[in-house]
Design a protein around this ligand. Sequence first.
Ligand SMILES: [Fe+2]
Length: 433
Amino acid sequence: MKLKLIPTVLLILSVTSTADDYVRPQPRKTLHLPWHSKPSSYPQQVHISLAGDKHMRVTWITDDKSAPSVVEYGTLPGKYDNVAEGETTSYSYIFYSSGKIHHTVIGPLEPNSVYFYRCGGLGPEFELKTPPAQFPISFAVVGDLGQTGWTKSTLDHIDQCKYDVNLIPGDLSYADYIQHRWDTFGRLVQPLASSRPWMVTQGNHEVEHIPLLKDGFISYNSRWKMPFEESGSSSNLYYSFEVAGAHIIMLGSYDDYDVYSEQYKWLKTDLSKVDRKRTPWLLVIFHVPWYNSNTAHQGEGGDMMETMEPLLYAASVDLVFAGHVHAYERSKRVYNGKLDPCGAVHITIGDGGNKEGLAHKYIDPQPKWSEFREASFGHGELKIVNSTHAFWSWHRNDDDEPVKSDDIWITSLVNSGCVAQKKTELEHALMTP
Ligand SMILES: [Fe+2]
């Protein structure tokens, strides 16, 4: 009797193991960060972002509304040869009043260099490294972070990967109208975000619009000011920047994007300034994915895709990053739903670790354009090696260890001849009113 059972048990174990040998984790609880009492002028929630050529914006918050907005900085610890003064803002939201939010631009800074800085003339010394001026350059990429145990795990892994710039395709704090959760998120990310530039765009969790009472994006725009003025944009919801040899466009899935919109007009102007000799790589980042074979948020990006994909295709965009869907997916080069050697690679990476958990269900069969898809928490790393080659890897949070689960070498569209082929098409697209 026992002998008959053994093969059956082995068969069951074997089938289980082959079908899915990875047990996907459950969501983890929201972190509760203890509040350490500090002087009201003590800088908190420090983060930095790129602010035009050779400049960096330092952002922090003080409870003291009269605290100065100065940043002292230099290349040696404790020795500050330079000082810059910035601007401040604050906001109220129902019963909540924010602290004083300081934005101070420092520079010019040398590339690939370590600087030490202090905010408001007191508090701890922070250390930052500027990105390189030339290849190679490394980006961390992660969306839909939130502030749970999984977020902490993801942040720990990003901290280990030696990135130059962090790219975030939206959904940061998951404060969801509870404003002090923006403060706890700011404190959670400070160790990383104060040492490397974090470049963000907005997701649906940043909107926080209350009809007749509060406009959208009040908290997000006040706290996460990005270089929109530096890139000729009139809105913090879309902008661009250049770093090493990459031109990176951050679009707004939650602002108007039709062909008559300010965003669309700005996008055309921005694309007309791209020089592929100076920046051979062209990346675009926004929140709601255009290529998504998960059942979650299926088709939500369709309108924006219909409007903007032809323009991005004419411009030979190499890579598109999105979030929103709490899973990972990488496409082959694709345009208009079909495989196309001159289309972009689309990567959905909304798996930072937020409280809502993972999106497990996928459409079957897997579309031809979809190369790799998995519902797990994790982060991505993009190392652009030179003008023609970049290495992309996705790292799953596996039992709290980062495990490389997908990787691929990507060849630039400059190298493949697409940019040269479509030069006239792009000129025509940019001239069309
Ligand atoms: Fe989202």
